[in-house]
Write a protein that binds this ligand. Sequence first.
Ligand code: GLU
Length: 550
Amino acid sequence: MEKLKELASLIFPNVDKTIDDYIKMYPERNLPEGACVTRFAPSPTGFMHLGGFYQALIDYLMAKNTNGIFYLRNEDTDQKREVESAVELIMTTLNHYGIKPDEYEYKGNIVGNYGPYIQSERKEIYHAFIKHLIEIDRAYPCFCTKEELDEIRSMQEASKQRTGYYGRYAKCRRMKVEEMIEKVKAGVPYTIRFKSNGNFEKKFFFNDLVRGMLSLPENDQDIVIMKSENKLPTYHFAHFVDDFLMRTTHVVRGEEWLPSVPIHVELFEAFGVEAPKYIHTPLIVKKEGNSTRKLSKRKDPEATMSYYVEHGYPVEAVIESLLTIINSNYEEWHTANPDKSYLDFVYSPKKMSATGGALYDMEKLNNISKNIISKLTAVELYNRLVDWTSVYDKEFNELITKYKDYTIQILNIERCQDKPRKDYESYESIRPLITYMYDELYNPTSFEFGKINDIEEVKNIVNTYMNEYYSELDDKDTWFNKIKELCDKLGYASNMKEYKANPDNFKGNVADLTTAIRVSITSRSQTPDLYEILRLLGKDRILNRVNNIK
Ligand code: GLU
C-alpha cells in the first residue's frame, strides 16, 4: 500500500485535493424529484453535425420537461486545434435555435457551479481521481511502446483472439510496483491504465432507455485512462469523472458508445457510485435508392447545421423535423396541440426507433417549413426575410428594405386565409418566386404564352384591359367581371361551358386570356393571385412591361 502511495505521488506530485474534496465541491444538486440533469458534450471540431444537434435537442427537452438542468460541456481532450472558435460555433448554433444551456463556459466566463465546463481545464480534477485509483490498486502506469502494443495485437489477430490489453496480455499490470517507480523516475513514458476486475465470460444486465434491457459481457480490458503525451484523460475516464461530479442523471449520446457501456459501468463501480441512465440515440440516416445510409458530413450538405441557417430554414421547422424522428408520437401530439410550444411535448426514450436508424428526410423538412411559413403574418415573414437577407443576400435586402410596405403586401398575397399559399419553403426560396415584382430584378428572357401565342394579340389584350376596364379601386369580383367583359369584347369565351360546347366559335377562353396577361407581366405561367399582382404592379408598370416585349 505504501509503495502504491509512493507511485501515485510520484506520478502526481502536485495533486493536493482528494476525491472527497471534489465530491464536497460538487455536491448533489438540489432539484425537485424527477428533475433530469442532461448535458450536451460535443468535441469541438469546428463543425456541428445534425446528429449532435438532435442529441442536444433531446437533452434540452428532457431538462425542460422536468424542471431540470441542461448544461454544455466541451470535450476537447483530443483536440489539438483552437477550441475557442469551435465553442463559439456550438454556442451560436444552440442560441440560434433558442436552446440556452443553464450552465456553460463561454469566452472565459463560467456560468454554473459545476465547472469548469471545458475538459482541458479540468486536468487536476481527473488527476486526483486517477491518483486515487493508483492508491487503491485499480490503475497503473503502462510502459508498453506502440510497437509492443502492435505486436500484441498482431499476435491476437493471428491466433484469432479478442484484441486488446487484458488478462495475460496486460503485461504491465503484473509489473512490480518498485519497478514502476524506477521507470517513472527514469523518465520512461507511460500511459495510465485502469485495472479491470471484470470477466468477459460473465454477463451483466444493462438498461438502455431506448433499447430496453440488454445483456452485455463484463469489461476485462485494462483501458487507457490517461494519455501519455498531454496527461489528459481519455473519453471513458472523463465521462465518468464529469458526469459523476456534474451530477448528470441522463447521458444522451450516439449509439456508437453502446459497446463502451461495460467499461463505463465498471468505472462507476470502482468508485462505488451509481452510473447515470443512458439513452443511446440511433444514427441519423437518409434514403438512398431503396436503402438507407448514414448521413455523412462529407457527402451530405444537410448533415451540417450551418446548412439550415444558410438556406434560410425557419428555426421551428428544423426543430419540428427533428422531433418527428425523435419520437414517433410527436406528429400526432403536434396536430392535437398546434399552438403549444414543443417544450410541452414530453419526450419518451421508448418512442425512439431503436433499430434501423432515425430517417431524416429533406422533403419532410420542406413540407414542415412550408406549413410554418404559410402561418406567419406578412409582417413576421418580412422581418425574418430582412434578417436572413441581411447576412445571406445583401442585394435583395436592400430592395426589400427600400420597398418595405410594397414587399409586405407581396408577402401578404394569399396569406392569412383558410388555405394560405405554401410555396415558400425557406427564406431563400422567396426571392426567386417573387423576382418579377421588382423592376430592378425583373429581366425576362422568354415568354411561354400558351394558347394565345401572338405577341401583338397579347399586347392588344393587356392594353385594352388597362385602358378601358382597369381601375385601381376594383375589388376582386369586379376585376374578374371586367376580365369576362373583356373576353366577350375580344372574342374569347367568358363561360367555360359555352367554350367547351363550341370551341371553334372563340379565339380561346378566359383561362387562356388570363394566362396571356400573367405571362406578359411576370414571364411565368404560374403565379399566385393575378388580381393581387396586377394591383401591386399598377397600370404604368404593367403597360411598360407589356409594350416592351419584343
Ligand atoms: N464527446 C463525445 C462525442 O462527441 C460525447 C459523447 C457523450 O455525449 O458522452 O462523441
